[in-house]
Design a binder for this molecule. Structure first.
Ligand code: SF4
Length: 452
């Protein structure tokens, strides 16, 4: 395998790849800018910002840039709303050559005027894109002027695509959210110890609702998902939580840290993917309330939920055990949960990688991985293809950019990204996941493909 790493990769990429060896200290290079020419699978800064902000259901999102950047819309993300549908619109200033030569500020101000007149939003996010970063439009000034003119919030999001990676976009979005939360009018004097915010979940296929139902059963009160199914008002109330829990650390740990500093709200990382992690995280939440009754009720709840699905999962385990899996996802937390989830199904992870994983997450991944597992940071299609083939994976788990690769290689694929329409969170999600794994990995079509 060492030979393969040598053969398949650019020199600068080699430290981003580790083949697990037992009882050996093996660090991986991560949390860096992508290497030029390596064709990273990562998305741009603007995309990172939009991932986090788009699920705020009653806000307007204006993309200041060429129309192409606006191809990111609600339709390619599965965030659901229980109230406003404002966020499903996508607005662009559609910058043309003329605007790029003479500046796009007037066009942006005009777009804000038009939207305020026709939609009457209370909050508008204005995203900068690559070209805006190059021509240097003053987003701050245009947004400030519009705020004064209409007495609403118009928040500039500094997200020029080239100015970093998706992670910088997450940070820009977190800065925008904290600026919204800091509203003294919404602050209450005494906090309820059972009250929390749920950060880093975007309510894909209604996952925030699934978790909220669990919380209702055990007696915990969620102020808001951040940003799944959130509204501007809910985000302003978020400062009153006793604690925060963070699902997607990559996108939201920065916000959790800022909320801890500004509002004195402590946070804990959780994961509600897979039976084991869901049960542990629910118990963790119960303990954070410090309420003995909630802890007891949670233990009973978990026991019941596990019993309800045990026989169904056993059926899928019998069908899927022994298959090999390759994982390539955005954040480290998801990769960790997925390895455990595949273990629960008797499947082996032979390759695992992330776009934006952190060192401590890679340490956990390495601990969980079996000897010989290829671990990759910020990889590219060439490396993915080579390692998937070499390790003989039957299934690839990833997002929209990885799907065609799996199909070209003639192996099964599961979408575990924002485009999916199937909830994979919690106990119900674990059953959906097992069903999906079985359907795809045991499909007879792969035998036909292999036979040629
Ligand atoms: S911001 Fe830049 S990198 Fe991102 S979609 Fe637009 S042009 Fe592409």
């Amino acid at each position: 395998m060492k030979k393969s790493v040598e053969a398949y990769t650019l020199e600068d990429r080699k430290k981003h790849i580790v083949v697990k060896e037992k009882n050996k200290e093996q660090g991986i290079k991560c949390d860096q800018h992508s290497i030029s020419g390596a064709v990273s699978q990562r998305a741009c800064v603007y995309c990172g910002a939009r991932v986090v902000l788009n699920p705020i259901t009653d806000a307007v999102h204006i993309i200041h840039g060429p129309i192409g950047c606006s191809s990111y819309t609600w339709d390619i993300r599965g965030s659901l709303s229980s109230d406003s549908e404002m966020y499903r619109n996508s607005f662009s200033t559609d910058l043309q050559e003329r605007d790029i030569i003479f500046g796009g500020e007037k066009k942006l101000a005009g777009a804000i005027d038009e939207i305020v007149e026709s939609m009457s939003p209370q909050t508008i996010f204005v995203y900068s894109t690559c070209v805006v970063g190059v021509i240097g439009d003053d987003l701050d000034a245009v947004c400030k002027q519009a705020e004064k003119k209409y007495n609403i919030r118009v928040i500039p999001v500094k997200s020029s695509g080239f100015a970093g990676s998706k992670k910088d976009g997450y940070q820009a979005a977190c800065n925008a959210i904290i600026s919204l939360m800091d509203d003294k009018e919404y602050k209450i004097d005494i906090k309820d110890h059972r009250t929390l915010n749920y950060l880093g979940d975007f309510n894909l296929a209604g996952e925030v609702w699934i978790l909220n139902n669990y919380f209702k059963e055990i007696g915990v009160n969620m102020i808001t998902g951040v940003t799944g199914d959130s509204t501007i008002e809910k985000l302003k109330k978020a400062q009153n939580a006793s604690f925060n829990i963070v699902q997607c650390a990559g996108s939201s740990i920065y916000l959790a840290k800022m909320m801890e500093e500004r509002f004195k709200i402590p946070y804990e990382q959780v994961s509600f993917f897979g039976i084991q992690d869901t049960a542990n995280s629910l118990l963790n939440v119960a303990r954070l309330t410090g309420d003995k009754k909630i802890i007891r009720d949670t233990e009973v709840f978990i026991k019941q939920k596990k019993a309800d699905i045990a026989s169904i999962l056993q059926k899928y385990k019998e069908k899927c055990a022994g298959k090999k899996v390759a994982i390539y996802v955005g954040g480290g937390f998801k990769a960790i949960s997925l390895i455990k989830q595949f273990n629960e199904l008797g499947m082996t992870t032979v390759m695992v990688g992330t776009q934006t994983g952190r060192q401590e997450e890679y340490d956990t991944i390495k601990e969980l991985a079996e000897e010989g597992t290829v671990i990759l940071d910020d990889t590219n299609p060439t490396e993915l293809q080579k390692f998937i083939k070499e390790k003989g994976a039957d299934l690839l788990v990833g997002g929209v950019k990885e799907r065609p690769l799996a199909y070209k290689l003639g192996i099964a694929f599961i979408d575990h990204n924002h485009e999916r329409k199937l909830p994979l969170l919690g106990f119900e999600g674990a059953v959906n996941f097992a069903k999906e794994v079985d359907l795809t990995v045991n499909s007879p079509v792969w035998n036909l493909v292999r036979e040629g």
